[in-house]
Design a protein around this ligand. Structure first.
Ligand SMILES: NC(=O)C1=CN([C@@H]2O[C@H](COP(=O)(O)OP(=O)(O)OC[C@H]3O[C@@H](n4cnc5c(N)ncnc54)[C@H](OP(=O)(O)O)[C@@H]3O)[C@@H](O)[C@H]2O)[C@@H](O)CC1
Ligand SMILES: Nc1ncnc2c1ncn2[C@@H]1O[C@H](COP(=O)(O)OP(=O)(O)O)[C@@H](O)[C@H]1O
Ligand SMILES: [Mg+2]
Length: 278
C-alpha cells in the first residue's frame, strides 16, 4: 500500500494563472440536502467554495434555499424537483457530487439515476452518503460513462459491497470494486482512509478521532468536488483532497478535543496558499 504524504500537495495545488477566470476552476453541481439534513448540503457546498471551486450550484429542496444563501452566498441554488432545471445543470457541470443529506426517498432515487445516466466521459460524479445507499440496490454504476468516485464509510461500503467490516481487507475491497465498476475510484473512509484505483491502493497518512463528528464526510465530498473541478480528475488530485482535509483536522486537534467540519472549511484557503508556495 502506497502512503500519501504532503509532497503531493505542492504538486497539485499550483499557483493560479494570472489570466484565469472562474470558468477555469470548475462548474460544480452539488445535489444534496432534504428536510431533515440541510446541514449536509451547507457543509458540502461551503467546502467546495472554500477549496476554490469556480462556480458552485446546489440542487436541493426550496425550503433550504434561504439557509444556503445566507451561509454561502457564493453558491447558486436550483430546485431538484424540476427535471428541466436539473437536466440543464447536469449538462453544464464538470463535476457533480450527489448524496450528502439527500435521503433515500423516491425523489432521491430518481436524482441518482438521472445523474448516472445523463453524464459523459468528460464529467466526474462523486457518489456519497445517501447516493451510495441508493445505488447499493441497483446496477447503475456499471451503466455510467462518467468518471466515478465513491466515498463510503465502512458501514456504507458494507451495504454496497456486501463485505462485513471485518472482511474489508484491501484484497477483498479491490475485488469488489472491480465488480461494481472497474474504472471507478473508491475512497474507503476510516482511520487512515484508503484510496483504490485499478491496481493501486493508497493510504492517507493523517487524520484523528476528533474527526468523528457528523458532517465530516459531507465536508470531504465538497473538497473533492472543488479539487477535481480545479485540478482535474486524477489520483493525485483525489489524494490531495483527502490529505488536506485530514491535515487541517490534525492541526485543529492539537488544541481541540473535537474537530468541527466548519472549522476545517474556514482554514482551507490559507492551507492551500501555504502549499501552493512550496
Ligand atoms: N448535518 C447533517 O445534515 C448531516 C447529515 N448526514 C446525512 O445523514 C444521512 C445518513 O448518513 P449516516 O452516515 O449518518 O448514516 P447511514 O447511512 O445510516 O450509515 C450509518 C450506518 O453504518 C454503520 N457504520 C458502520 N461503520 C461506520 C462508520 N465508520 N461510520 C459511520 N457509520 C458506520 C452505522 O452503525 P452504528 O453506528 O449504528 O453501529 C449505521 O448502521 C446521509 O445522507 C448523510 O449525508 C450525516 O452526514 C450527518 C450530518
Ligand atoms: N477515528 C478517525 N480517524 C481518522 N479519520 C476519521 C475518524 N473518524 C472519522 N474520520 C473521518 O471523518 C469522515 C467521516 O465521514 P462520514 O462518516 O461520511 O461523515 P458524515 O456522513 O457525518 O459527514 C471521514 O473522512 C473519516 O475518514
Ligand atoms: Mg457520510
Amino acid at each position: 500500500m502506497e502512503k500519501v504524504n504532503k509532497v503531493v500537495l505542492s504538486q497539485v495545488i499550483t499557483p493560479r494563472d494570472p489570466q484565469s477566470y472562474k470558468g477555469n476552476y470548475g462548474k460544480i453541481l452539488i445535489i444534496a440536502g432534504s428536510t431533515h439534513f440541510g446541514g449536509a448540503a451547507i457543509l458540502c457546498s461551503s467546502a467546495a467554495v472554500h477549496s476554490g471551486a469556480g462556480l458552485v450550484t446546489v440542487a436541493t429542496t426550496p425550503e433550504k434555499f434561504t439557509a444556503i444563501n445566507v451561509k454561502i452566498p457564493e453558491a447558486m441554488t436550483i430546485d431538484y424537483h424540476s427535471k428541466k432545471d436539473l437536466q440543464l445543470a447536469i449538462q453544464n457541470s464538470n463535476v457533480i457530487a450527489i448524496g450528502p443529506g439527500l435521503g433515500t426517498s423516491s425523489v432521491a432515487k430518481g436524482l441518482v439515476k438521472a445523474v448516472l445516466t445523463n453524464t459523459n466521459a468528460e464529467q466526474t460524479i462523486i457518489l456519497d452518503a445517501s447516493a451510495l445507499t441508493i445505488i447499493a440496490e441497483t446496477d447503475l454504476l456499471l451503466q455510467s460513462e462518467a468518471n466515478l468516485v465513491l466515498t463510503p464509510h465502512q458501514g456504507e461500503w458494507q451495504r454496497l459491497s456486501q463485505l462485513p467490516i471485518a472482511q474489508q481487507t484491501p484484497e477483498n475491497s479491490q475485488a469488489k470494486l472491480r465488480e461494481l465498476n472497474p474504472k471507478a475510484i473508491l475512497i474507503l473512509k476510516k482511520h487512515l482512509s484508503e484510496i483504490y484505483y485499478q491496481d493501486k491502493i493508497l493510504q492517507i497518512q493523517a487524520g484523528n478521532p476528533g474527526m468523528a463528528t457528523g458532517g465530516m464526510g459531507d465536508t470531504l465530498t465538497g473538497i473533492l468536488a472543488g479539487f477535481i473541478g480545479q485540478f482535474g480528475f486524477s489520483i493525485k488530485t483525489i489524494s490531495s483532497a483527502l490529505l488536506i482535509h485530514s491535515l487541517i483536522a490534525d492541526d485543529l486537534n492539537e488544541k481541540n478535543y473535537v474537530v468541527l467540519p466548519s472549522k476545517i472549511i474556514e482554514k482551507l484557503p490559507k492551507y492551500m496558499a501555504k502549499f501552493s508556495q512550496k
